[in-house]
Design a protein around this ligand. Structure first.
Ligand code: SF4
Length: 355
């Protein structure tokens, strides 16, 4: 009787975790929150506070960008208790520039929850970690695996890409998430923490977004992407949805004594409670500027900024004077680093030559 063709799943290669770990033992990146594999083999364990902090900071940001923030946070607040005791405003000031400010608020709320609910000790299982503010599936799995060798799949964007190439997946990653997770889960060895970090390192250094060094890769013997001769054809790009564009005006009021007027944004929504340069609402249609008071307003530039869900184009206006608005304060131009000013408003100030 003729045999039926094997399904794609039976043809799909499996991850050789021993080869991955052997590669990691030689090539693990040196990171300030990481315990090197040799030290780990000798019994050293990572500090969950540092692992958690790094994972929150690394969400949608590069390691190069995170290093200085990580150093500043761990110097100012060496333990989760220190961070929990810090005023939220101080945390937001230190976070300024990393973007995604809801994450900083969740970071602070999470530190408090760990102190209040767990006496300052992070829970050890992914399931318990997931109950904490700002910790989702990925971060809970990463902390549990890295700190406690829980055998859970840790799948970040790097690992998605490695698997898309390894299996030569024909659909976009977002459609293949369950398959990718299952493939990684099936391969997780007892050294779950090292394996998780090895897969992240592979994606960051060998199977990188714009190059694949297949000859150096421990997955190469089984990799369908390498075999295809075109590993960079994977992951298959998703169909693009155009982001909407919004428009607005920013009004810089510049005091003769070298200050600018700033205020706090509202308690909800985008960039909530952060410091801002006053301005108009952001809307789909372009509108004439409604200046907050009569003055010699001059156009000094334009700024574009991309948020997760839309592009923003701001026209930047400036007037000189000592006329404050109802709510807000004068910020010394030489001390703007002390303000929780998001990147957008730093760009606005830079457009006017203030930075
Ligand atoms: S062999 Fe090449 S394409 Fe396959 S996982 Fe390794 S670097 Fe990526």
């Amino acid at each position: 009787m003729a045999q039926s063709a094997p399904s794609q799943h039976t043809l799909a290669p499996t991850i050789d975790s021993r080869a991955v770990l052997a590669w990691y033992d030689r090539h693990a990146r040196d990171l300030p929150w990481r315990v090197a594999p040799a030290d780990r083999a000798r019994g050293a364990r990572p500090d969950p506070y540092r692992v958690w902090l790094s994972e929150i900071m690394l969400q949608q940001t590069t390691i190069a960008a995170v290093r200085k923030y990580f150093a500043a946070f761990t110097t100012l607040w060496p333990t989760v208790r220190d961070l929990a005791a810090a005023p939220l405003d101080d945390v937001l000031v230190q976070w300024a520039g990393l973007g995604y400010y809801a994450r900083a608020r969740n970071l602070h709320a999470c530190a408090r929850a760990v102190v209040e609910r767990f006496d300052g000790v992070f829970p050890t299982s992914a399931a318990q970690l997931r109950d904490l503010p700002g910790i989702g599936d990925y971060t809970s799995a990463a902390i549990a695996a890295i700190c406690h060798d829980e055998q859970v799949a840790v799948v970040d964007g790097n690992v998605d890409r490695v698997l898309a190439r390894f299996r030569a997946l024909e659909k976009a990653v977002r459609e293949e998430k369950p398959l990718i997770r299952a493939a990684v889960q099936a391969a997780v060895p007892a050294r779950a923490g090292d394996f998780a970090q090895a897969m992240m390192d592979l994606g960051a250094t060998i199977c990188a977004p714009r190059r694949a060094n297949c000859l150096l890769c421990p997955l190469e013997p089984d990799c369908l992407g390498a075999r295809s001769g075109h590993p960079l054809a994977y992951p298959v790009p998703p169909a693009k949805a155009e982001k909407p564009r919004r428009h607005g005006h920013a009004f810089i009021i510049r005091h003769p004594e070298g200050k600018v007027f700033v205020r706090q944004r509202g308690p909800k929504g985008l960039l909530a409670k952060m410091t801002e340069i006053p301005g108009s609402p952001w809307q789909e249609d372009e509108a004439e500027p409604a200046f907050p008071f009569a003055a010699d307003w001059r156009a000094v530039g334009a700024v574009t900024h991309t948020f997760t869900h839309f592009h923003l184009a701001l026209s930047v206006w400036m007037a000189r004077g000592d006329h404050p608005l109802d709510e807000g304060w004068w910020a010394d131009e030489t001390r703007l680093d002390n303000e929780a000013l998001p990147s957008l408003f730093r760009k606005v100030l830079a457009a006017a030559g203030i930075s």
